[in-house]
Design a protein. Sequence first.
Length: 169
Amino acid sequence: MMTTVPVYVGLGSNDPQALDYLARAREALAGLGGIELAQCSPLYTTEPQEYSDQPWFWNQVLRLQVQKCWTASSLMRAFLETETRLGRVRSTDPALRFGPRCIDVDILLFGDLVSADPVCIVPHPRLVRRAFWLVPLRDLSPSLLIDGEPVDVHLSRLAWHAEGNKIFQ
């Protein structure tokens, strides 16, 4: 039996067909060799961050069990290819870095790896600043530690609130 590593992945879309894009992304990721889709968080609608003049996002976190043949960088490259196949076009305008997108796939945590590799920084550099990732992470794994602290500790440092599955931050 091959050893696996738990990898938490953030999905997001603010396209009019966002739920379809998220479903297609889940299917594409589960179809990559050496990867098992172990858990999916509930779906959340979330306020846009950094660039507010755009529609709200649909977000979800997945827990994948990834065979050790994958590295964080090789997995991120596969995720970027998946985004492109699903129709994502990255803007060259720096002002739109956090702008609208049909699909976004981010590695949040890759086991207990800490890496500054520019292809895939792990933990994700904005993870502890984003309630739209922390809340679904808590749904999947309430005792999960990020940088040695529980998810709830990181959430307590943020100005956010939820109304059902709608996250305001």
